[in-house]
Design a protein around this ligand. Structure first.
Ligand code: AMP
Ligand code: ZN
Length: 110
C-alpha cells in the first residue's frame, strides 16, 4: 500500500472520516464535495489503483462492490427514485484519488 494514499489512510482510520458502512472488505463514506444530495464513495479496503489494474483475483471484490451499491441505495432510500454509479478511470477520466472507488450518486428531487 502506498503510504501517501488518502483512501488507504481513511480505510486505516488515520482520519476522522465517519463510515456509513464497514466490513472486512469495504468502507463507505460521504464524498467531501457532494455532487448530489446523496453522494457516497464505496471503497474496497484493498489498494487497487484503478479499473485498469483489476486482475482475475479481484473479481469477487468488484462484484461485491456492486451488490453493496444496491444495499446502500436502499439504505439511503434512493433505490426507487434512481441513482448513478460511476468509476472515474485515470486522469483523463477524472480520477483524482488513485485508490479504486465507486461513486453512488442520487437523491435528486423528482
Ligand atoms: P475521483 O475523482 O473518482 O478520484 O473521486 C475522488 C472523490 O473523493 C472526489 O469526489 C472528492 O470530492 C472525494 N474526496 C477527496 N477527499 C475526500 C475525503 N477526505 N473524504 C471524502 N471524500 C473525499
Ligand atoms: Zn490506497
Amino acid at each position: 500500500m502506498p503510504d501517501n494514499c488518502l483512501f488507504c489512510n481513511i480505510v486505516n482510520k488515520q482520519t476522522d472520516t465517519r463510515f456509513l458502512y464497514e466490513d472486512d472488505t469495504y468502507v463507505v463514506f460521504k464524498d467531501i464535495k457532494p455532487a448530489a444530495p446523496v453522494h457516497l464513495l464505496l471503497v474496497p479496503k484493498m489498494h487497487i489503483r484503478s479499473i485498469n489494474d483489476l486482475a482475475p483475483a479481484h473479481t469477487s471484490v468488484v462484484g461485491g462492490l456492486f451488490f453493496l451499491a444496491g444495499e446502500m441505495a436502499r439504505e439511503q432510500k434512493i433505490d426507487q427514485s434512481g441513482y448513478k454509479l460511476l468509476f472515474n478511470v485515470e486522469k483523463g477520466g477524472g480520477q483524482v484519488i488513485f485508490h479504486l472507488h465507486l461513486h453512488l450518486i442520487g437523491g435528486w428531487r423528482r
